[in-house]
Design a protein around this ligand. Structure first.
Ligand code: FAD
Length: 120
């Protein structure tokens, strides 16, 4: 069985930008790659909504399909135009998974994204 700290180290050090939010998408945790990709340290994002990354140009329908999937406890994947702390725009390839407890209730969301600007 894996020692518990390995789960933490694996998430902290993963090459994907990982964040964990509450049910309203308020950020509770962000890993090292999240800082590398977005330019924001955990101290700057924790307590803020994930919408702080939005460039405010992504069509509303995309967010509606995202939230419909999440409320049905389905993961959602897609591409969004995000903005870094520096102001630079980047194309984010994002997957969000609901985190479900033993009783079957969604308690958190797990966000994983990478900057695919140079590949699209
Ligand atoms: P919002 O006020 O969020 O509304 C947009 C639409 O989503 C509306 O139709 C609203 O009804 C619906 N909605 C919003 N919140 C909820 C909720 N809690 N439950 C049900 N429906 C809801 N957005 C990005 O632009 N870039 C990201 O990188 C990004 N990463 C995310 C990572 C995670 C883990 C999660 C959970 C969300 C992420 N989001 C991201 C979505 C973000 O939280 C916002 O919903 C989005 O940015 C739109 O913000 P808004 O203020 O324009 O609109």
């Amino acid at each position: 069985k894996l020692p518990p700290e390995v789960y933490l180290q694996a998430v902290d050090q993963a090459d994907l930008a990982i964040s964990i939010t509450d049910l309203a998408a308020n950020i509770l945790f962000a890993n090292e790659s999240f800082t590398r990709v977005t330019g924001y340290t955990p101290g700057e994002v924790v307590g803020n909504n994930e919408s702080m990354l939005s460039n405010r140009t992504t069509p509303r329908e995309i967010y509606q399909s995202m939230w419909t999937a999440l409320m049905e406890q389905r993961p959602w994947s897609g591409k969004l135009l995000n903005r870094k702390k520096s102001g630079q725009l980047y194309l984010a390839e994002l997957t969000i998974s609901p985190v479900v407890d033993a009783a079957g209730k969604t308690t958190h969301y797990l966000g994983m994204h990478r900057d695919i600007t140079e590949f699209h």
